[in-house]
Design a protein around this ligand. Structure first.
Ligand code: CUA
Length: 415
């Protein structure tokens, strides 16, 4: 048998070293990795994974080595002796039954323990969050805090959060890879999951996904999680629970700033009472949506500077039919829960379930023709003269670009 030379084995060894180095890289390279210990749930899952990998590797190496040695050493040779004929070997059989049995016990005991631990009811004092799946967005309700929001979730570090999950339509599945496992959202039943972001986790932003195919825009059903400090959470929660106060002066201040200021940067001066919002400048690149606006959707952004929030609130919001689907706490009649609650919509960083950045130009195009931007969206095409790809007709009523600018100005004031 020819000897294996180092020169031949070199590329394979190099490949293995590169692979191992990549595997050892941290979460900045793979921000959506599940191999984290950021919560109690992921820590438990990771320890089971490590254990399985450890025993699995030993079994693999021993079995493959025995196999290869046997194949080479006992292969048929010309003129070799006939194989020794035996009948059974009690010691060998007991050994190869006992060793796997012991390994299985070593795996099964912690696994069953972890199942019971993680499936138990959430510990007392957990923060309750109702997660409701919709085609294709997420509704979040904090029943004890009186908050209804969408697509962006805030939780304080160091406190257990208990998710109660249902669906308004088909099966969805809720997943923040860095935090914990997946769980399905189903109509007519409630699924539960809880975990505790580590107290030392810091104020950070995370990606989440729908991970059960749920139709045309399944891939566009994304979520964000902000793990924040307890005082930041309290400030956020207090403000989110408050009704929308339409303040023409505050809205005018937003508009008086430059056009770029429309992109939600100036809220602290415009409305001093606003609560905590995860700072936009601290969003890591992988959390900021990169989706380009599809071609063929024209809007003159110069109109946004002329948008009138008062007109937006009192006329266009009603004319455009927005009130038929969206609730705004504090606006009489705006109570529908078909679409996301817009009470503090301008405190979010994304629209369309995490698909696009939240800013004036994107919002205007979204209102104009949501279905052009997100296939299958339940939100009607509102722009006058736009082609509605689901109704397969051109919109003749609806809002013109100037009226859309008014609605944008109003929504941008809902900090
Ligand atoms: Cu919802 Cu996939």
């Amino acid at each position: 048998m020819p000897k294996l030379r180092l020169r031949e084995a070199g590329p394979a060894l190099l490949f293995m070293v590169v692979l191992l180095t990549l595997t050892a890289c941290g979460d900045t390279v793979y921000p959506n990795t599940t191999f984290t210990q950021f919560t109690d749930l992921n820590t438990t899952i990771l320890s089971l994974w490590d254990r399985l990998l450890f025993w699995g590797t030993i079994v693999f190496v021993v079995v493959e080595a025995a196999l290869i040695i046997t194949i080479i050493r006992y292969r048929k040779r010309p003129g070799g002796p006939a194989a020794k004929q035996i009948h059974g070997n009690a010691l060998l059989e007991i050994t190869w039954t006992a060793i796997p049995a012991i390994i299985l016990v070593l795996i099964a005991v912690p696994t069953v323990k972890a199942i019971f631990e993680t499936q138990a009811p959430a510990p007392a004092g957990a923060l309750r969050v109702e997660v409701i799946g919709h085609q294709w967005w997420w509704e979040f309700r904090y029943p004890e805090l009186g908050i209804v929001t969408a697509n962006e979730l805030y939780v304080p570090v160091g406190r257990t959060v208990s998710f109660e999950m249902t669906s308004k339509d088909v099966i969805h599945s809720f997943w923040f890879p860095a935090m914990g496992g997946k769980r399905d959202l189903m109509a007519n039943r409630t699924n539960y999951m809880w975990y505790t972001p580590n107290a030392d986790l810091g104020t950070q932003a995370w990606n989440g996904f729908c991970t059960e195919y749920c139709g045309e825009s399944h891939a566009n059903m994304r979520i964000r999680l902000y793990t924040v400090q307890p005082d930041e959470f309290e400030s956020w929660a207090k403000h989110q629970a408050s009704p929308a106060v339409f303040n023409p002066l505050a809205a005018a201040a937003v508009l008086a700033a430059s056009n770029t200021a429309l992109t939600r940067a100036v809220d602290s001066t415009a409305q001093p009472s606003a609560g905590y919002v995860f700072p936009a400048e601290r969003l890591p690149a992988h959390v900021v949506p990169q989706t380009p606006i599809p071609a063929g959707l024209d809007y003159d952004d110069a109109l946004l500077a002329q948008g009138d929030p008062t007109r937006g609130a009192t006329q266009s919001f009603m004319l455009g039919g927005c009130i038929g689907c969206h609730a705004i706490n504090g606006i009489p009649g705006a109570v529908s829960a078909i679409g996301p609650d817009l009470t503090h919509v301008a405190s979010r960083h994304t629209i369309a379930s995490g698909l696009f950045k939240f800013d004036g130009p994107t919002l205007a195009r979204w209102i104009k023709n949501a279905r052009h931007m997100k296939p299958g969206s339940i939100m009607n095409t509102i722009g006058r003269g736009e082609y509605d790809p689901i109704m397969k007709m051109t919109v003749t009523a609806g809002l013109d670009d100037r009226q859309i600018a008014d609605v944008v100005a109003y929504l941008m004031s809902l900090k």
